[in-house]
Design a protein around this ligand. Structure first.
Ligand SMILES: Nc1ncnc2c1ncn2[C@@H]1O[C@H](COP(=O)(O)OP(=O)(O)OP(=O)(O)O)[C@@H](O)[C@H]1O
Ligand SMILES: [Mg+2]
Length: 249
């Protein structure tokens, strides 16, 4: 098992955003995480990648500082529930956050390089860049362009490309298709499938259930911070109540 989360609970002040969540991801899988707006999907990814712990540390003593984080997170055989976010990335658990646009004032090259930042000394970064260009040729063509001037779809590709520069074993991608035109959404999903076929394990958060269910093998359905259903996508689709209430199908 590559990722094993058990009994994860996150409270910001008195709001319980994640309520006793357990989930796992096997190596090589693509698993999806779906659920209504505000269900806690992004918070769950942030908790797994050490960002809730970061909030807890940095917001200490402020009005928002009362954050509770409980549970166990094991990645690649090691407990990471107390591991700092940058060390989690270094170990290969990489988060491509929601609505994240790349650093807009930086060039495409600078953005991509920032993804390899922790590994600069050890790796042949040029080789990593080549791999990203193979997947996203448009980024290779636009290397010196300021990222804020790329289209929305290109910026999303850049955000994924930057995450790939950290050489993830497990990539958590939060709503990559949101705000993109239908053709571009399709393109983004195709690229994610290509990434999976490169052998990278993926957990994908998406609003567009039909698309993500056609790619993922299993899914978790999150509602009000709780996993209310899980299993093979094909089985979840057969459940009328889940279809209508949670999947909007
Ligand atoms: N830092 C925070 N402090 C307090 N409440 C928060 C914080 N971040 C998120 N929330 C609240 O937690 C709940 C879960 O938010 P989250 O962004 O994780 O949901 P989501 O499933 O990703 O939603 P969406 O589909 O809109 O992206 C929401 O009610 C949100 O308002
Ligand atoms: Mg979200």
């Amino acid at each position: 098992m590559l990722l094993d989360v058990s009994n994860l609970t996150v409270c910001y002040d008195r709001a319980m955003l994640i309520n006793d969540v357990s989930l796992y991801v096997e190596e090589g899988e693509m698993v999806s995480l779906v659920g209504p707006n505000g269900a806690g999907k992004s918070t769950l990814l942030r908790a797994i990648t050490g960002l809730v712990a970061w909030d807890k540390m940095t917001l200490k003593g402020t009005a928002e500082g009362d954050i509770t984080l409980k549970g166990n997170i094991v990645f690649d055989g090691k407990d990471i529930s107390k591991t700092p976010a940058h060390e989690i990335v270094r170990r290969g658990l990489v988060h491509c956050p929601e609505r994240r646009r790349p650093f807009k004032e930086m060039t495409v090259r600078e953005n991509l390089m920032s993804g390899a930042y922790l590994h600069m000394k050890k790796w042949d970064v040029q080789q990593e860049l080549e791999k990203v260009f193979k997947l996203f040729p448009v980024l290779g063509d636009r290397l010196n362009q300021v990222s804020g001037t790329l289209s929305g779809g290109e910026q999303q590709m850049l955000a994924v490309g930057r995450a790939l520069m950290s050489r993830p074993k497990l990539l958590l991608i939060d709503e990559p298709s949101t705000g993109l035109a239908p053709l571009m959404r399709k393109e983004v999903f195709n690229k994610i499938l290509e990434i999976k076929n490169l052998g990278i394990t993926i957990m994908l958060v998406e609003q567009e259930v039909a698309s993500v269910f056609s790619m993922a093998s299993r899914s978790y359905v999150l509602s009000s911070g709780k996993i209310i259903a899980q299993g093979k996508c094909s089985e979840l689709l057969e459940d009328e109540m889940i279809r209508r209430t949670y999947l909007g199908l």
